[in-house]
Write a new protein. Structure first.
Length: 135
């Protein structure tokens, strides 16, 4: 089991349009402001990625550390969504076979730049979101 000392941190690809929208989606619904965010391209994000076994130069997954454990791929998405008000209904999706869930996740992850685009540099969050970003 891979661990990271900070809890409720979402690691994401900061140049990926889809990933950046995911961060804004979570932040807008996270009423308790539980989750913090770090782009894999930041110094903190690179250290976190390396500690979790993710190649920071070619990230193929996002990750979330929640409850002291690192979650990857579809588990990361479902873990985050299940903590948001109004989204707890997704938790039973964890009962779907993990290989199937992760296959769908991987298909999107591999094609995310082609499907959604890529920023030249990491997106710059607004002031409210910036307070929750770990650099």
């Amino acid at each position: 089991m891979r661990r990271w000392p900070d809890d409720d941190v979402i690691l994401y690809d900061g140049v990926c349009v889809f990933c950046s929208r995911w961060v804004r989606f979570v932040a807008a619904r996270d009423a308790k402001r539980r989750f913090r965010f770090t782009a894999i391209q930041s110094a903190y994000g690179t250290r976190m990625a390396q500690a979790l076994g993710i190649d920071p130069d070619d990230p193929d997954t996002n990750a979330v550390v929640h409850g002291g454990r690192a979650h990857f791929e579809s588990d990361a998405v479902l873990t985050v969504l299940s903590q948001l008000p109004g989204w707890r209904w997704v938790y039973p999706l964890c009962l779907a076979p993990k290989p199937l869930r992760d296959a769908v996740y991987s298909l999107v992850a591999r094609n995310r730049y082609r499907m959604f685009g890529k920023y030249e540099t990491c997106f710059v969050p607004d002031a409210e979101l910036r307070a929750r970003v770990l650099e």
